[in-house]
Design a protein. Sequence first.
Length: 101
Amino acid sequence: MKIQTSKTDERATLRLSGRFQFDSHRDFRSAYDLVIADAGVKVIVLDFAGVDYLDSSALGMLLLLREKAGAVGKEVELANTRGAVRQVLDVANFARLFRIS
């Protein structure tokens, strides 16, 4: 999986592309740790437009991000979820935990 990070005002966007799975853990954590450490960021947007697959370990990574971000007063939003990715998030009932746009 590839991750591109950008920041606009109080929003940091992590654009994900490829397969979001177990072997993505290290890269994903490195990317979000930098954003969580940025005091100017209030909302972390994960852009799933380029993601074609995610597995259960990816769901766990999202929950861990939510927990760490919440501990420092940041929100996490999931954007551009569609197809199989949206289906997995719906089955896991992630709309109750995240803002999904």
